[in-house]
Design a protein around this ligand. Structure first.
Ligand code: GLU
Length: 346
């Protein structure tokens, strides 16, 4: 039966191949169809309107200053791989990037060290299935307990950024994020001070890593640079440009500048899919089917390779630390546009 089926398909396939060659279309890389401006504008507005009255979740308060961020804020933004921007709601409000920073520092480490293996060899890429700051996970066997998107692995990633001093390490990260966002960025100082005064748990992570030779700079220095990194302010629109740079194979679609080598993009996205939502990563893959990263500041960026980044921002987070309204908004857009990477189901 198999043979019969493939024989029937040959003439059609030849015709398509011939047409593709005539049209100059590369068969190995099908053209990405980005929905029209009208459709993108509509779904962004609908996603905002539909979930703006949702009150589930609460602003994170384990970093005291975060509890002061107005919980009503809600913004939704799409930036396409061509650099077009669609936005609704509070998309120009700077919030702390928090853990949404983590994949971008992993990208910087790959870029600086000229290879993706460094993440595999020195940190790990397995989802922990535990909370973002699980000490238990960090203590389990090296290479299967940590990845760059949970706190301990992210602190290890920071320690791998090449620099002569802690200040230079942070400046390198800040400058890199600025190139990803197509905008100069800065630290939201009150949140940094607040987290620096209360981050004993992250210090514990760093010392556990140190005890097993899995941190690569002075441990407390790495925690401080990590805390500053998490306190960098971004707007939903800027975060969407950062995500769109991944969607556009490492070239920032707004500036036209290459920020990350194409070969590292699938590595970053793979880690995002497996661990971007911490202990809800499986649920997210099941519902939205897109690589994404969340942060306790209320931001989420989802990447649709070749097409766009979708960002939701709203400070009320659930028990796993993921923004409730941002998740709903991104899920809605992914569903409306059939963006699930495993198939639209239609
Ligand atoms: N700076 C936060 C921490 O280390 C980030 C956590 C998050 O956004 O999930 O706890």
């Amino acid at each position: 039966m198999q043979t019969g089926i493939s024989k029937e398909r040959v003439p059609g396939a030849c015709l398509i191949a011939a047409l593709a060659v005539l049209l100059g279309v590369a068969l190995s890389a099908p053209a990405q169809v980005i929905p029209s401006a009208q459709v993108l504008g509509r779904v962004v507005q609908e996603a905002h309107d539909q979930f703006k009255d949702l009150r589930d979740g609460a602003t994170a308060d384990y970093i005291p200053e975060l509890a002061k961020v107005p919980s009503e804020l809600f913004g939704v933004a799409i930036v396409t791989a061509r650099g077009d921007v669609f936005a609704a709601g509070d998309v120009d409000y700077p919030f702390t990037i928090q853990s949404v920073s983590k994949p971008f520092t992993a990208a910087l480490v790959m870029q600086q060290h000229g290879g993706a293996e460094i993440i595999l060899d020195k940190i790990g890429v397995e989802p922990t299935g535990q909370r973002f700051n699980s000490i238990l996970a960090t203590q389990v066997i090296a290479q299967v307990s940590v990845n760059p998107l949970v706190n301990s692995g992210a602190i290890a990633a920071v320690s791998l950024v090449e620099a002569a001093s802690a200040q230079e390490r942070f400046d390198t990260i800040l400058e890199y994020y600025g190139r990803l966002a197509a905008a100069p960025l800065s630290v939201i100082e009150d949140v940094y001070q607040s987290e620096a005064a209360t981050n004993q748990r992250n210090r514990a992570h760093a010392y556990i890593l140190f005890a097993s030779d899995r941190i690569y700079s002075e441990p407390m220095e790495a925690v401080d640079v990590y805390t500053r990194q998490c306190s960098i302010g971004v707007t939903a629109k800027q975060l969407a440009v950062m995500g769109a740079t991944l969607a556009n194979n490492g070239v920032n679609p707004v500036t036209g500048m290459r920020v990350l080598d194409t070969r590292y993009v699938p590595k970053v996205l793979a880690i995002m899919l497996m661990a971007g939502f911490y202990d809800e990563s499986g649920l997210w893959a099941y519902t939205a089917g897109l690589p994404a990263k969340t942060g306790v500041g209320g931001g989420i960026v989802a990447v649709v390779p070749g097409k766009m980044a979708i960002v939701g921002f709203s400070p009320r987070v659930n028990a796993a630390g993921n923004s409730v309204r941002a998740m709903k908004a991104i899920e809605y857009i992914a569903d409306q546009l059939g963006l699930n990477m495993f198939g639209s189901g239609r």
